[in-house]
Write a protein that binds this ligand. Structure first.
Ligand code: PMP
Length: 450
């Protein structure tokens, strides 16, 4: 723990001028900064010394709670014995060991692991694997990629091309060619205030049939979806929807990619959303909870058949011309292995599952408060959707975010949706506190302009 004197000096020495902050209204932030100094368990401490309850697990990543000692120790010890090893035609034992451990956790024959350094890199890696896979099998015409409206797949050119957020696309030109989007599955007229998985909407997967007819299956490489779309406001797939996507992909030889950067590592009370929904993708991307957010790391998991396609060429070969200087970085591997130990020894996925009913009941008690037009939940994640103010989309939720922070609660807002995804170690009393602060903030505002 830092002393308050140390915390204070962070605040005083920080001029805020040079750092160009990501995904942030820089001018607004620098006029009214929110800076975190330390963290432990379920809480941050702000630079002014206030304790902030973390309802977002950092940014959906600190699943085991903050500043876990065993993770810190593992990183420090690794840094002293092997800081870095080259990744071309060379290696070191840690990523092999980590990959083996991950494969033990994975469903079906997802049994090959390619390491990256972030969710965005994992996504672009998965898209490239999909394209190269078809080429390796002699189907080089399969180049078309299909994403989904309101999908978020990071910020690489591949990720924003298949992503479905216009704000993230419009500044960056024409993006990848040959990309289509399925409709998103969020429909408040049908599914408002659903607890858990909504029943309406599985047929929306059939839009993939339309694209298959339009383009011919021989041109389509892969479909990528987040099983539960996180960043655009926790959009939960309708019952049977993912199964339907899987069977259409199977029918036409299209690879199915699940982007589990948010849902991976226990968020739904199972290791992966693939387990929760009983649908196995051909490729899966993860990051965030893989290292508990302590060191950047992403990964792509591939099914046996995908990997096999690359193993057929003549020897000696480089099977997939892709990789990063820091793929399987020693410090990231150390953090990941310590994180997996915590998940297993503390049974955190099961704990998330066992508290999820309490969580669901608690978040739905907010129904009826001013401005709320939907509350939805699954596993240990929930969203509260607000009616936007006319001509000021996002402003209402942003104000609530600022008020909550001042009241000692960190939430995430996206548009006019509040997303809640606490660390999996959360206890009932902390859920109660979270809901109390939200209730007080929402009640105090008197702005029921719906
Ligand atoms: N995919 C999904 C589903 C995500 O939620 C995110 C990050 N929120 C990413 C990809 C990108 O991850 P990163 O920010 O680590 O690049």
């Amino acid at each position: 723990m830092q002393s308050s004197a140390q915390v204070q000096s962070v605040s005083q020495s920080d001029t805020l001028a040079s750092f160009w902050m990501p995904f942030t209204a820089n001018r607004q932030f620098k006029a009214q900064p929110r800076l975190l100094a330390t963290a432990k368990g379920m809480h941050y401490t702000a630079v002014d010394g206030r304790s902030i309850l973390d309802a977002t697990a950092g940014l959906w990543c600190v699943n085991a709670g903050h500043c876990r000692e065993s993770i810190a120790t593992a990183i420090a010890q690794q840094a002293q014995v092997l800081d870095y090893a080259p990744t071309f035609q060379m290696g070191h034992p840690a990523p092999f060991e980590l990959a083996d451990r991950l494969v033990q956790m994975l469903p079906g024959d997802l049994n090959r692991v390619f390491f990256a350094n972030s969710g965005s890199e994992a996504v672009d890696t998965a898209l490239k694997i999909a394209l190269a896979y078809h080429q390796a099998r002699g189907e080089a015409a399969r180049t078309r990629l299909i994403g989904r409206e309101r999908g978020y797949h990071g910020v690489g050119f591949g990720g924003i091309s298949v992503g479905g957020i216009s704000g993230n696309r419009k500044q960056f030109g024409s993006l990848l060619p040959g990309v289509d989007h399925l409709p998103h599955t969020h429909d408040l007229a049908q599914n408002a205030f659903t607890r858990g998985v909504p029943t309406w909407g599985a047929h929306l997967a059939d839009d993939l049939e339309r694209l298959v007819k339009l383009h011919d299956p021989s041109t389509i490489a892969a479909v990528i979806v987040e099983p539960v779309a996180g960043s655009t406001g926790v959009l939960i797939p309708p019952q049977g929807y993912l199964q339907r996507l899987r069977s259409i992909c199977d029918r036409y030889g299209i690879l199915l990619i699940f982007d589990e950067v948010i849902t991976g590592f226990g968020r739904l009370g199972t290791a992966f959303a693939a387990d929760y929904f009983g649908v196995i993708p051909d490729l899966m991307t993860v990051a965030k909870g893989l290292t508990n957010g302590a060191v950047p790391m992403g990964a792509v998991f591939a099914r046996q058949g995908v990997h096999d396609a690359f193993m057929q060429g003549p020897e000696p070969s480089i099977e997939l011309c892709h990789g990063y200087t820091y793929s399987g970085h020693p410090l990231a591997c150390a953090a990941a292995m310590a994180t997996l130990d915590i998940y297993a020894t503390e049974g955190l996925f099961e704990q998330a599952q066992s508290i999820s009913q309490y969580w669901e009941d608690a978040v739905h008690t907010l129904q009826g408060l001013p401005g709320i037009i939907d509350i939805r939940n699954i596993g240990l994640v929930a969203a509260i959707e607000l009616a936007p103010w006319p001509d000021q989309p996002g402003k209402r939720a942003y104000d609530i975010f600022v008020q909550c922070f001042e009241a000692g609660l960190l939430i995430r807002v996206t548009g006019d949706i509040i997303a809640l995804s606490p660390p999996l170690i959360i206890q009932r009393g902390q859920i109660d506190r979270m809901i109390d602060v939200l209730r007080q903030v929402l009640q105090s505002r008197g702005d029921a302009v719906d």
